[in-house]
Design a protein around this ligand. Structure first.
Ligand code: SF4
Length: 358
């Protein structure tokens, strides 16, 4: 049995042709899966019954099972998925609240302008970043393209009227360490024959894998790239992100510069603010200097979500604001994001870790 999503539309057309079935049926089947959310062939009412039966005995649509979930008071919904081999990965629906006219920041309760799906690319992770629960038990395996798409199908099935309009690879795993499967999935997410989500609404987030960034630069894709920095000097960054030993800032920042110049696209640098570690003003000044040569760069500041078993806590709101203002005064394009889903094990990998430890 094969995952029908792994062979893509042209692969399915070829398979149907070998069965004497016209190619347009492949498009119909993909519309059922990606647009109408069919999770079984039996739901495809305009496909002839004998073909549905043949599809059913040759392919499956969904290889993941929803294993647990939790919903935050801010609407963020985290799901735990079980892969066929028992490994667990996480996915999150993050709603973007509607603003009322003249509203000074209050959201319209229960109304969303859209949802961002945050998905995983690997079961576990080998990079062991200090603030992240995903790397605690190392890398188990890469997700296949179809499994990555399964996460979106299941996250989408949780939505009622809200539209899924962004996909971010910020869940478990390092997407550029599973390059081929992630890129195949990105093309399907973007394809009008599949999820039809604009490339600019798809974000690949990396801990700074230089060969992957260099490869991505050569792809004909308008996806967003975000690079996790979390420190502006090698000593501290290596302490927070051991991957910095292999890809230090002295090589990573020039690589990012080349990416920006080659693609004319902005890179977003993620910076998690951790109390007592990387959130004082001297760190902000170093960060401003580090990024000063990049033409298209933005910094996303994220107050840390506490991780059980690790001494990770966010700075005070006032400290976070001072950090942001220091960057802004130095000419850095910066936003300070809210913590989302803080009441539901929101830090990457926490839900999975809690269930594996149970
Ligand atoms: S932050 Fe990303 S790269 Fe680092 S351990 Fe977690 S999943 Fe891996």
């Amino acid at each position: 049995m094969e995952d029908v999503k792994d062979i893509g539309l042209s692969g399915l057309k070829d398979r149907l042709a070998s069965w004497g079935v016209p190619g347009y049926r492949a498009k119909q089947i993909f519309t059922w899966i990606f647009q109408k959310g069919a999770l079984s062939f039996s739901q495809m009412s305009d496909i002839p019954l004998p073909l549905r039966e043949k599809l059913n005995s040759n392919f499956y649509i969904l290889g993941l099972k929803k294993s647990a979930g939790s919903r935050s008071s801010d609407g963020t919904e985290k799901l735990l998925f079980e892969l066929y081999d028992g490994n667990l990965v996480e996915g999150v629906n993050i709603p973007m609240a509607l603003r009322l006219p003249g509203d000074s920041g209050r959201s319209c309760a229960g109304s969303y302008s859209g949802v961002t799906a945050c998905i995983s690319s690997q079961a576990g992770c080998k990079f062991s970043c200090g603030f992240c629960a995903s790397g605690v038990k190392g890398l188990r395996r890469n997700l296949k393209c179809g499994e990555i798409l399964d996460e979106i199908l299941l996250l989408k099935s949780q939505l009622h009227k809200a539209r899924l309009n962004n996909v971010v690879f910020m869940g478990t795993g390092e997407p550029l360490d599973n390059y081929a499967n992630v890129l195949q999935a990105v093309r399907m997410i973007n394809s009008p024959d599949a999820f039809n989500i604009g490339a600019r609404h798809i974000t690949i987030s990396t801990c700074g894998i230089i060969p992957g960034i260099n490869k991505l630069k050569e792809e004909d894709l308008q996806v967003e790239l975000s690079v996790s920095l979390h420190a502006a000097d090698d000593k501290l960054r290596t302490e927070i992100m051991p991957v910095n030993r292999k890809y230090p800032l002295g090589e990573l920042i020039p690589c990012c510069n080349e990416y920006i110049e080659a693609t004319n696209r902005q890179i977003t640098f993620e910076y998690i603010l951790i109390k007592g570690l990387n959130s004082d003003l001297s760190c902000a000044r170093k960060l401003a200097i580090l990024l000063s040569g990049l033409r298209l760069a933005k910094v996303n500041l994220i107050p840390a979500n506490p991780v059980s078993g690790k001494k990770i806590i966010p700075p005070s709101a006032a400290q976070a604001l001072c950090f942001k203002e220091c960057l802004a005064k130095s000419g850095v394009n910066v936003t300070l994001r809210k913590r989302r889903g803080a009441d539901i094990d929101a830090a990457c990998g926490q839900l999975r870790l809690r269930h594996e430890n149970n």
